[in-house]
Design a protein around this ligand. Structure first.
Ligand SMILES: [Fe+2]
Ligand SMILES: [Fe+2]
Length: 375
């Protein structure tokens, strides 16, 4: 925390602050303005602006952050009540207090003015001591409120800053976890980058908010983190898996969820949901829980499609890259089987964006390899 900033917003206010306050005088009589201005100036007030035309008050208010307005009631064009009404119509919470200074002595005017937004009411001819005391009181309260507003805003900014720092720290941890996993996996960092961006394109298409899409972007790279827990001889095996090896391989989804559990932040919660559900299938034939249709959380369904599409169109040690057309045929053929049918439709509609991501983050080198194994 910055001590200097704290001092700046301290609610301790002295006479110097009060005398430096900005005051607006509004009276159609130049002689009244002159007398009042001179009186305030004599007692040390330095920042006084005056107008004899009440129609200029709004403009002046927009130009100067006044701390007090001393306002006459009976004026041509616009009376004091109307000036107060215009100011209040601005709907701002930082309006300065208004001190009515008028020749109207009767109670009716007094009450009407106080109800209309005036904070205090002094009648002409005024006693200098009384006016100065009232001006000072109003300014002290106003400056105190102003300083509290500044302090609250400062605190709010600090809270936002800390929240951002916390999010960034979590993001760093999650990214480093992802890099650790890459050391053990034959899937490249570019695959993770492409599939996370494709997931976001699909997330946007199905109406996720920008916050959800940012979470998706940062959480989806963790989908295969559980592969850390799979023995090398299985994880790095070039050919097809034996049935028992396949069973072990499938545990990467729940291992990933375990690794990412125990933190209730939105980022890690979504990362956990994705790790657990990215191999579930719409028809219920996926793993680890055999969930079907909308029982599979949406981020899991989104990532499943982006992950498979990118894997199909990428070269792997056990397969060559499929063409986009062949991969799309596979995706469409699995509409309502492996994949959420609505997401398949949206994916097709967003294909130009998906292909742009694929090209922008393409692997270096020529894709070539072995035959396809979709398991
Ligand atoms: Fe996986
Ligand atoms: Fe993947």
């Amino acid at each position: 925390m910055n001590e200097g900033m704290m001092e700046l917003h301290s609610p301790r206010l002295g006479l110097t602050d009060v005398l430096a306050a900005n005051i607006l005088l509004v009276d159609d009589e130049p002689a009244n303005i002159k007398l009042l201005g001179r009186t305030l100036g004599t007692f040390g007030y330095q920042n006084i602006i005056a107008t004899t035309d009440p129609r200029t008050v709004l403009d002046l208010f927009h130009q100067h952050p006044f701390d007090l307005i001393i306002l006459d009631l009976n004026m041509p064009h616009l009376d004091g009540f109307e000036v107060m009404r215009q100011l209040q119509a601005l709907g701002r919470d930082d309006l300065p207090p208004i001190l009515i200074l008028t020749a109207q002595h009767d109670q009716e005017h007094r009450v009407r003015a106080l109800r209309g937004g005036a904070h205090d009411y002094v009648t002409k001819p005024f006693a200098v001591d009384e006016l100065l005391a009232r001006v000072r009181n109003l300014l002290q309260v106003q400056l105190y409120h102003k300083s509290m507003r500044g302090r609250n805003q400062w605190l709010e900014e600090r809270v936002q800053e800390r929240t951002r720092e916390l999010y960034d720290t979590r993001l760093q941890i999650v990214r480093r976890l992802g890099r650790a996993a890459e050391f053990r996996d034959n899937e490249t960092g570019l695959h993770v980058l492409r599939m996370s961006k494709m997931s976001v394109a699909l997330g946007e298409a199905c109406g996720m908010s920008s916050e959800e899409c940012e979470l998706l972007l940062n959480a989806s790279p963790m989908h295969d983190i559980g592969k850390i827990g799979i023995p090398d001889q299985i994880l790095l095996k070039p050919g097809k898996f034996e049935p028992q090896e396949w069973e072990i391989m499938k545990t990467h989804a729940s291992i990933g969820a375990d690794i990412l559990s125990g933190d209730d932040s939105e980022l890690l919660s979504m990362a956990r949901v994705i790790a657990l559900n990215h191999h579930e299938k719409w028809d219920g034939s996926g793993y680890p829980n055999g969930l079907a249709a909308e029982d599979i959380p949406l981020p899991g369904r989104v990532v499943a499609l982006a992950d498979v599409f990118d894997a199909l169109t990428s070269v792997r040690p056990y397969k060559k890259a499929w063409s986009v057309d062949t991969a799309m045929e596979y995706v469409v053929a699995n509409r309502g089987k492996h994949f959420d049918p609505r997401l398949v439709d949206l994916f097709r509609a967003r294909l130009p964006d998906i292909l742009e991501i694929k090209d922008t983050f393409a692997e270096p080198g020529d894709p070539d390899g072995f035959n396809l194994s979709l398991d």
